[in-house]
Design a protein around this ligand. Structure first.
Ligand code: 2RA
Length: 341
């Protein structure tokens, strides 16, 4: 039986990627509806070789779909996900609204696919934060093999994570600097052009930002509470692709060579790591744009502490960090025949 989809937030950075990735899925996709706010009514989006006209979130009948892929922000999700779920459709939500709800699974298919089975409690499944997803894909095999004690991570996050307007801000600010018409910071707390900003999202009481807190608590929900995470999240002036420098302390020894071989065999990962010599090779964010994989480079042993590795992990934040992971969850529901409707 074909599966019908609603893409809620269809005109956004992530919504358009969801449509593109869904159009290439191997599951049998039936009707697809591009759902958006009233402001986007009449706008058209592409789905494979078709063009879809946006329909209104306020009036759309969700009885028509089996799955709603949502990327419309936390407030809209809090209001609409329960209503959509009440029609029997399963909501797979990309916002932070439901991630820490104990009755909502937080799923990265390569890491904790079985968690998806708990979706029936609310008919909602949460997609983790982009910076968490790529990190746990790389950490899972290490945890299974050698047990993780602690992770120290610094992120280098592109502006697309903050939406389309944030991408425009980087572009216009960069141009403005050359034409003496500097644009003030609007979507970021400080100027982003030719700068880096050690703040993503709001500050919490303990001095960490909410983005850093998300990496900590979401990782524990996905991998288990034995994985302690200390994060510093930084916005950098790149458009797409998040990078992370990860220091991971393990319970038992794992050489850099063994880690490289292990990660090479692990789902969702590509190891690009020729650490020395003339052919030294590693990945950068610009090279991962449009790719499905999470890339790992610069795997090395930390000589300052036993059983500790350093690595560089890069992924397309709009794809594996958002739209692709959401579509993969939908595929999991279909392949496991979990849809009741
Ligand atoms: C960001 N983590 O990069 C956000 C997007 N989910 O701002």
């Amino acid at each position: 039986m074909a599966t019908n989809f609603a893409i809620v937030g269809a005109t956004g950075n992530v919504g358009t990627e969801m449509l593109e990735i869904l159009s290439e899925s191997d599951i049998e996709v039936g009707d697809v509806y591009a759902v958006a706010s009233r402001n986007s009514l009449g706008r058209e989006v592409s789905f494979g070789d078709k063009t879809l006209k946006c329909v209104d979130l306020e009036t759309f009948d969700f009885n028509k779909v089996h799955i709603a892929l949502m990327s419309a922000g936390g407030e809209i999700s809090k209001k609409w996900s329960p209503k959509i779920a009440a029609t029997g459709a399963v909501v797979i939500d990309n916002s932070s609204a439901w991630r820490m709800d104990p009755d909502v699974p937080l799923v990265v298919p390569e890491v904790n696919a079985d968690a998806v089975e708990g979706f029936y409690k609310k008919n909602i499944i949460a997609n983790p934060n982009c910076s968490t997803i790529q990190m746990v894909v790389a950490l899972k095999p290490l945890d299974d093999r050698a047990g993780i004690k602690r992770v120290v991570v610094s992120t280098y996050q592109s502006v697309s994570g903050a939406g389309k307007k944030a991408m425009d801000e980087l572009w216009l600010q960069t141009k403005g600097i050359y034409t003496n018409s500097e644009l003030p910071a609007i979507n970021f707390p400080k100027r982003i052009a030719f700068n880096v900003i050690p703040q993503i999202d709001v500050f919490m009481e303990d001095g960490y930002t909410k983005e850093e807190w998300k990496m900590k608590v979401e990782t524990m929900k996905i991998l288990g509470s034995h994985v302690k995470v200390a994060a510093t999240c930084v916005r950098v002036p790149t458009f797409v692709g998040h990078a992370e420098a990860i220091n991971v302390e393990l319970k038992s020894e794992l050489s850099a060579d063994d880690a490289r071989a292990l990660l090479r065999e692990s789902p969702g990962l590509m190891v690009i790591d020729q650490p020395d010599g003339e052919d030294a090779n590693y990945i950068t964010p610009i090279e991962c744009v449009g790719e499905f994989a999470t890339f790992v480079s610069r795997i090395r042993e930390d000589s300052t502490q036993d059983n500790t590795l350093d690595m560089w992990v890069v992924s397309d934040n709009l794809r594996k960090g958002a739209a692709l992971n959401t579509v993969q969850i939908a595929e999991l529901l279909v392949h496991r025949k979990l849809l009741k409707k």
